[in-house]
Design a protein around this ligand. Structure first.
Ligand SMILES: NC(=O)c1ccc[n+]([C@@H]2O[C@H](COP(=O)([O-])OP(=O)(O)OC[C@H]3O[C@@H](n4cnc5c(N)ncnc54)[C@H](OP(=O)(O)O)[C@@H]3O)[C@@H](O)[C@H]2O)c1
Length: 293
């Protein structure tokens, strides 16, 4: 049995998860590594104490491999060789990839029910730990899509419900439709993309977990974070750590409900990211990072 590290914990609904989660997307879309490196990355995350893994049925490349990332995560959990019963796998439905590089939407309730059934099968679980409605579909009334998520909760197919890419109005509406059972909101948030601050503030007020997506600016920009934002490089130099680690520590400091989910496709990067949970930033450093644009 493997000995896992303990990381500081935050809460999603009734479940305690590690302060830093693992975003699975880079292991299944354009530029993805081979399977061996992906499994090594997920196992490195588990070794480091990660107990939140974010995925989606749409994290795949070709048309015929829907759920590539869900299946990869399920396999990596099965082959880990240690206890994974405390790991919350958070998946999503409502986005599709037809295989030509594009991302399309389907928020139809019947589609969401079938997508959830397919995710259940791929993850090999009786109930999905956290199911998130991926992105509003302008062709379907939002209430109808969230109503389908409520029905999945009531049917016991999902244990907890979340939404993604939602504005404050939709956060309140979803929580109402779900009867106060909305546990998480996943929106884009990074040094380069600050416009989700109202949603972060609302989640803090309501005690709903906020999962910043692309927290480092996304796969193509993550490596340049320090070059693009001098304040993050400066604080990183002072602590002798990476600017990416500073960025994640800054998000943790912004709100007790923030749980970043940095994407990773290499053991080295997820190990570096999880160390953000132990990086304390001084108030003047946080103010400097807040002001960095
Ligand atoms: N809900 C939505 O609509 C939505 C949209 C996009 C993403 N997401 C979720 O959010 C997750 C994170 O977003 P993302 O993957 O797009 O972008 P990201 O987390 O901003 O950046 C990911 C990239 O950062 C690099 N990285 C990670 N930690 C690092 C570190 N400590 N030092 C240096 N580089 C580091 C990784 O490089 P390596 O690949 O070399 O390891 C990876 O390719 C996704 O994986 C996905 O689960 C959700």
């Amino acid at each position: 049995m493997k000995g896992k590290q303990q990381m500081k914990q935050r809460r999603i609904g009734t479940v305690e998860v590690s302060d830093i989660g693992l975003g699975g997307m880079p292991m299944s879309i354009e530029g993805r590594p081979d399977r061996e490196r992906s499994v090594a990355t997920i196992h490195a995350a588990l070794d480091a104490g990660v107990t939140l893994i974010d995925t989606a049925d749409a994290y795949h490349l070709y048309a015929g491999e829907v759920g590539h990332n869900e299946s990869l995560i399920a396999d990596a959990l099965r082959t880990y060789g240690g206890d994974t019963s405390d790991v919350l796998v958070a998946t999503k439905g409502g986005h599709l990839r037809p295989g030509d590089g594009s991302w399309t939407l389907n928020g139809d309730p019947a589609y969401l029910r079938s997508a959830c059934d397919a995710s259940l099968r791929r993850l090999g679980v009786e109930a999905i730990g956290l199911y998130q409605y991926h992105r509003p579909d302008p062709k379907v009334p939002y209430e109808d899509s969230i109503g389908a998520i409520r029905d999945l909760l009531d049917a016991g197919k999902i244990r907890m419900a979340g939404i993604s890419n939602a504005n404050p109005e939709r956060i309140r509406l979803s929580n109402e439709i779900l009867g106060g059972r909305l546990v998480s909101v996943q929106n884009q948030f990074s040094p380069a993309f600050r416009s989700s601050e109202p949603e972060l503030d609302l989640c803090t007020e309501l005690g709903i977990a906020f999962l910043p997506w692309s927290p480092l600016g996304g796969s193509s920009a993550a490596g340049e974070l320090g070059g693009r934002f001098g304040a993050f490089a400066k604080v990183a130099d002072e602590h002798g750590v990476s600017p990416q680690r500073v960025c994640l520590a800054w998000m943790l400091a912004k709100s007790p409900v923030a749980i970043p989910i940095p994407g990773s496709s290499r053991p080295e990067t997820i190990r570096d990211s999880v160390a953000a949970a132990d990086l304390e930033l001084a108030p003047d450093e946080i103010a400097l990072l807040d002001a960095a644009r």
